[in-house]
Design a protein around this ligand. Structure first.
Ligand code: HEC
Ligand code: HEC
Length: 207
């Protein structure tokens, strides 16, 4: 019966996985500051330009919160929305607070988004071929390659980030090791229409 105990232990690990490295219950209290913009369920809010966070893995959320805090993201004067987010990251006192709120966000169910822009998902599917290697065929992300899931993000947020990467508003800071990997990928997208098309396809992945 030893194997049975091992099995139970493994199931236990799977059950607590979203909270890995952080305390989701403590994170829920810290999330009180965030919900005004990102929504009570982390579903995002287009009216205040705040993206969906629900279901993003803790390793990615924690990295972004650290980047904001350290000024690696959200300090470019052209980064209108990143500069709004940066002071919010400062409300998280230390790495533990970041780990806790990230664990809470990971425990929320990702929203199902609808296309809101005039992107051509069919053309976007072909463009997404370049992205699959890192972000996965279903936009599920790949921790080993440091690439976050995309399938739970809204099209308007995807468009903004791709434009920001392309223009060097995001990913150009010398300390932004992962943004620097993403930047050349955004450069492949020829123009604004291509950015809208690939985003239209990504939105279908989460439905
Ligand atoms: C005043 C509104 C506001 C509040 C409050 C706020 N945020 Fe944000 N947040 C934003 C905006 C706007 C963006 C988008 C920035 C951009 O487009 O580059 C953002 C982006 C983010 C991102 C990056 C998401 C990604 O996919 O890369 C994370 C993570 C995040 N916020 C977490 C939080 C957390 C955690 C809190 C609470 C401690 C919080 N935010 C509070 C407005 C807010
Ligand atoms: C070589 C691997 C790689 C490829 C290929 C790649 N990406 Fe990325 N992407 C990344 C990494 C790494 C990040 C995380 C950057 C960070 O941590 O700030 C990222 C981040 C992003 C983000 C930001 C997500 C967020 O929540 O803010 C978007 C959007 C994105 N990629 C879209 C794409 C699209 C569209 C393509 C194809 C045209 C693509 N990526 C191709 C590695 C890649």
């Amino acid at each position: 019966m030893k194997w049975f105990g091992t099995l139970l232990f493994l199931f236990g690990l799977v059950a607590v996985y979203p909270a890995w490295g952080g305390d989701a219950a403590a994170g829920k209290a810290a999330y009180g500051v965030c919900l005004a913009c990102h929504g009570a369920n982390g579903e995002g809010n287009a009216a205040v330009n705040a993206p969906a966070l629900a279901g993003q893995p803790a390793w990615y959320t924690a990295r972004q919160l650290n980047n904001y805090k350290q000024g690696i993201r959200g300090t470019n004067p052209k980064d209108t929305y990143g500069t709004q987010m940066r002071p919010m990251s400062m409300t998280l006192a230390d790495d533990t607070a970041i780990a806790n709120v990230s664990a809470y966000i990971a425990s929320l169910s990702p929203p199902k988004n609808k296309a809101t822009l005039d992107g051509d998902a069919g053309k976007g599917k072909a463009l997404y071929g370049t992205c699959v290697a890192c972000h996965g065929a279903k936009g599920e992300g790949n921790e080993a390659l440091n690439a976050p899931p995309l399938s739970m993000l809204q099209d308007w947020y995807l468009v903004r980030q791709l434009a920001n990467f392309k223009a060097g508003i995001r990913g150009a800071d010398p300390k932004d090791a992962y943004g620097a990997q993403m930047r050349p990928m955004a450069m492949i997208l020829a123009d604004e229409q291509a950015i809208k098309d690939v985003s239209a396809h990504i939105v279908t992945l989460g439905q």
